[in-house]
Design a protein around this ligand. Structure first.
Ligand code: DP6
Length: 331
């Protein structure tokens, strides 16, 4: 029975994907750029029962080692993606899927990016096919999770590129060791799903303005990565992170992802900078804050964030090389 296991990391966007031209295929309205992480990852095993009819089986381990059948809301988009991948490959059969996150799945971190990247890559391996990275990226984004398009590769990743809207690596992970110190201030699932946020984005009067600013911002970020200029990159990261929330708060109806502790962490990061510690913050569609810094400041940043009122946990991650296959299967 063809079986494959892949561990794919999550990623943190320095320039955010928010708003889509086609939401089902995850064709973004604007460009984005991210850093692929290392520790925060999803591991997925896919067993392909070729030629067999019957329902796909989806098992998930939520914050435990024990696998259990997934609930309907979790299972449905996975099964849809399995059918899409079968169609793409011209194969017929049913799957057994098992998946587990290395980080608490309720932590409001981007588990769909790592989850759909791992699922896509595990299924391709179970099929015995090895399409190029761009094709892997396209297949991952067709899950509907656009950020998954960036998680199929390591290092620093821009998306979309070309007619197929694939992601492209702008620099490998060993080009520049950056750290992501994550201040968890909320562990409940986000109040408004990214999908609804994307749908609402263009109701903000500032959305078109944001799109017009993004090409230059992408260039600034790519140049700062190439030359390893941390402050220059940090300024772009922080500007864009706040701007995503400006769009959400001015959408109709508005979405407020921040919590009081989010603002307290942002303040702590500004204080760190005033004390001479270069660190810059960014938030995805949630209240948690990712603080980006260089390795020699990580300890100090982590210590400060853990003292902020309302911070439940500090997770330390770093730029990573991308998906791995040398991992223990879950089935
Ligand atoms: C704010 O549509 O990829 O993280 O499927 O929930 O991960 P999920 O969302 P997706 O949108 C990502 C939105 C973002 C910014 C980003 O990662 O670029």
């Amino acid at each position: 029975m063809p079986k494959a296991t892949v561990e794919a990391p999550s990623n943190i966007a320095f320039i955010k994907y928010w708003g889509a031209k086609d939401l089902d295929e995850a064709i973004p309205a604007g460009p984005s750029l991210s850093m692929t992480l290392q520790r925060c990852a999803s591991r997925t095993t896919a067993v392909f029962h070729e030629g067999e009819d019957g329902p796909d089986e989806v098992l998930v381990a939520h914050n435990t080692d024990d696998l259990a059948p997934a609930g309907d809301a979790f299972r449905r988009p996975i099964v849809r993606h399995l059918r899409r991948l079968c169609k793409w490959a011209g194969r017929h059969g049913r799957f057994q899927i098992a998946t587990r996150n290395s980080f608490p799945s309720s932590a409001g971190l981007a588990s769909s990016a790592s989850g759909f990247a791992a699922l896509t890559l595990a299924v391709l391996r179970a099929f015995g096919v090895a399409p190029d990275r761009a094709t892997q990226s396209v297949l991952a984004r067709q899950s509907g999770s656009g950020s998954a398009a960036r998680s199929v590769m390591g290092g620093y990743v821009a998306w979309p590129e070309g007619d197929r809207h694939a992601a492209r690596q702008v620099a490998p992970h060993d080009h520049w060791d950056l750290r992501d110190v994550i201040a968890l201030v909320e562990t409940a699932p986000k109040k408004v799903a990214s999908r609804d946020g994307h749908r609402r984005a263009n109701t903000s009067p500032f959305f078109e303005k944001r799109l017009s600013l993004l090409p230059e911002r992408m260039q600034q970020a790519a140049a700062a990565i190439e030359t390893r200029e941390f402050e220059a990159l940090g300024e772009v990261i922080e500007t864009d992170g706040v701007e995503l929330h400006l769009i959400t708060m001015s959408s109709v109806p508005p979405i407020f992802y921040w919590m009081p502790a989010t603002l307290a962490v942002l303040e702590a990061v500004r204080e760190l900078r005033a004390e001479g510690v270069p660190a810059y913050s960014t938030m995805d569609a949630g209240a948690n804050v990712h603080v980006i810094c260089e390795p020699h400041h990580e300890e100090q940043v982590a210590r400060r964030l853990s003292r902020v009122d309302g911070v439940l946990e500090v997770i330390r991650d770093r730029v990573g090389p991308g998906p791995r296959t040398d991992v223990e299967p879950l089935l």
